[in-house]
Design a protein around this ligand. Sequence first.
Ligand SMILES: *[C@@H]1O[C@H](CO)[C@@H](O)[C@H](O)[C@H]1NC(C)=O
Ligand SMILES: *[C@@H]1O[C@H](CO)[C@@H](O)[C@H](O)[C@H]1NC(C)=O
Ligand SMILES: *[C@@H]1O[C@H](CO)[C@@H](O)[C@H](O)[C@H]1NC(C)=O
Length: 348
Amino acid sequence: MKTLYSTLGLLLSSLLVLPALGRTFRGQDVSWAYLTNSTFLFDFDKMQDLVVFGDSYSDVHTNVKNMKYDSEIYGGKNWALKLIDIPDHKVWLWDFAHKGAVVDLQLVPRDEENTSFVTQYNSFVENLYEKNSIRGWSSRTTLFSIWFGTNDIIYMSRSPESSSNGTIDKIIDSKFQTMENLYQHGARHFLLIYVPTIEKAPLNRGNSLYFTYDDTTYYNTQVNNRAKEFSTTHPDCNVLVYDSFMEFNYIMDNKNAFGINNIVDSCVESGADDCGKDETHFWHNDLHPSHVVQEALGQDIYEFLDSKKVVRAVPSDVEGNAESGAFTFNLKSLFLWNAIFLLSLLFI
Ligand SMILES: *[C@@H]1O[C@H](CO)[C@@H](O)[C@H](O)[C@H]1NC(C)=O
Ligand SMILES: *[C@@H]1O[C@H](CO)[C@@H](O)[C@H](O)[C@H]1NC(C)=O
Ligand SMILES: *[C@@H]1O[C@H](CO)[C@@H](O)[C@H](O)[C@H]1NC(C)=O
């Protein structure tokens, strides 16, 4: 009996301790999905077009005049190239991402880059939406990915006496306004990606990016809050929120499993001969992850999207099947499996 009690104690404490081990979760385990069960059921297997807006993390050097792009970035695939590679049918990539991009140049001006979610959206309207001759994409089978915030957080102006929260709120407002414009142009499936752990980048040597951690946390929380709200006000669309912040930490914490042995220095700065082919550094250069990380990210995003497939609930099934509700959070199932695993120890 004593053993039973102590085992139960172990079980309970491990359930309580689990959240503290958060950093060892994969991005997909803590990501969010606000799904509709209306006309536009989410099924990543059925997607035929992936439209990407973002910064250098998503850039494939697309020429918007003919939409041709590079199939290798830093010696491998970035997450978007990896993602379209996985399904066993052709997925077209329309990648408007551009290095240095912010959400809105009115809020975070960047003379040298001059590109934002707003300008990329305009380019989408001009080059893909209005020229249906390139390809007639459809709302039902097109996923729109939106990954911004890193440059906004690094380059926005800050004043010592006021918090950055207010500026971030304006950036998020603009982001969701452009998302609304996409919705008005027929977008129904959205993938929003968090700002990752940029404070761990080699660029932060000397703590020059010390301010990014709190701002990133606030930004990501607001992205998730607004995504949930957007799904409520737009009940016929799917909004998936992917936690790249957690995935970066996961890859760092489990670097050996990815064949990485250096998570601190950038390959380029280390003076290694061929950083294009390098597979051992987490960071390619001072702010950009290597293709090993990008491909792991693409794989994890794929598994996340794949796990969110919605099968229309048959009426009798609706009540008993909470998982088909408005949103799901994968952590729940982790707790369940943890509990089942520990319970099974009781009987060994
Ligand atoms: C930035 O782009 C806009 C339109 O895309 C253009 O009108 C403007 O002149 C550009 N500014 C700079 C500084 O290149
Ligand atoms: C910014 O928001 C975060 C999270 O809500 C909060 O903890 C922090 O106090 C805010 N900062 C200021 C200066 O209001
Ligand atoms: C799914 O949609 C039907 C109507 O089409 C609705 O009655 C049902 O409650 C919805 N189920 C869930 C879990 O949202």
